[in-house]
Design a protein around this ligand. Structure first.
Ligand SMILES: CC(=O)N[C@@H]([C@@H](O)[C@H](O)[C@H](O)CO)[C@@H](O)CC(=O)C(=O)O
Length: 290
């Protein structure tokens, strides 16, 4: 069966400090109610790139303290400061995270040799496995199939979190690396990714929408493509509404409607406006109220 991971959000207080109780509530909800297979901690949805080093450490510690070994945990340790990435890779490995991940280094138009060195350095001193986080729409970094092959020469590099709408490349990657872990990152494209035989999916909206996404995976496995397509349509209606309402604060606002205290986003992300709050209530009523 394919695996479903929620990308864990970070609950912040109004002053931008980390709200540990909120993180614990979201971890619990994902384990007890969503029954996801795992959590991706410290990714884009977790607002990792808005956080100080100490805040990243706080999030990694809190998430595993709450989850224990109940589900799979992947810690995203990528940073523009390679020394920080290495330090975080050691920390999360010592904490017991069974997998790490790192975003492709961005902003400075690094050469492939520099990117390869970054990944090899992150895993060099840790006894852990790494999933490459490829998200060209945010990083501007696109890796080719041959570049993925070169990164996979390091046996500690075991897969890709593939957040990319290039399905030609996904098909090529899947077939060239049948033993690598390929996890799809765009929730709105889950069904075509399943058709290309990904091993699972990681996404922000599964925090709210895991049951529907899992039902879609089951329908797909059973060959009921009409049902899978219908479930994807409803998911995409919900995802469109979340994006139109500003997705990061809205995911938290809908969680609040469900009784989960997800806190607020951290600046420069937006603070909720009255319109956004009304929009989130409507999204909850339209798509997530049982
Ligand atoms: C840019 C972004 O946040 N992408 C999300 C998606 O889950 C995305 O929010 C969703 O597909 C809606 O577009 C994930 O791919 C990223 C993610 O899971 C993470 O790193 O936290």
């Amino acid at each position: 069966m394919k695996k479903l991971y929620s990308a864990l959000m970070t609950a912040f207080n109004e002053d931008g400090s980390v709200n540990e109780a909120g993180i614990r509530e979201m971890v619990r909800y994902n384990i007890d109610v969503n029954k996801v297979d795992g959590l991706y901690v410290g990714g884009s949805t977790g607002e990792n790139f808005n956080m100080s080093h100490d805040q990243k450490v706080q999030v990694f510690k809190t998430a595993i303290d709450e989850a224990g070994d109940a589900i799979d945990l992947i810690a995203q340790v990528g940073s523009l400061d390679l020394n920080e990435s290495k330090e975080l890779a050691k920390l999360v490995t010592d904490l017991g995270y069974p997998k790490i991940s790192a975003v492709t280094p961005f902003y400075y138009n690094y050469t492939f040799e520099q990117i390869k060195n970054y990944y090899n350095e992150i895993v060099k001193d840790v006894d852990n496995k790494l999933v490459i986080y490829s998200i060209p729409v945010l990083t501007g970094v696109s890796l080719s199939i041959d570049q993925f092959a070169e990164l996979f020469e390091n046996p500690k590099i075991i897969g890709i979190k593939y957040t990319n709408a290039d399905f030609f490349l996904l098909e090529r990657v899947r077939n060239r690396f049948p033993d690598k872990l390929i996890l799809s990152g765009f929730d709105e494209m889950l069904l075509p990714a399943l058709a290309l035989n990904v091993d699972g999916a990681i996404g922000s909206t599964y925090n709210l929408n895991a049951k529907r996404a899992k039902a879609e995976m089951v329908a797909f496995d059973e060959g009921d493509i009409d049902k899978a397509r219908e479930l994807q349509k409803v998911s995409n209606d919900a995802i469109s509404a979340l994006i139109a309402n500003d997705i990061y604060p809205s995911l938290k606002l809908v969680f609040e409607e469900m009784g989960v205290h997800a806190g607020v986003t951290k600046a420069p992300m937006s603070k909720p406006t009255p319109e956004m709050i009304a929009g989130a209530k409507k999204i909850y009523n339209d798509y997530f109220k049982d």
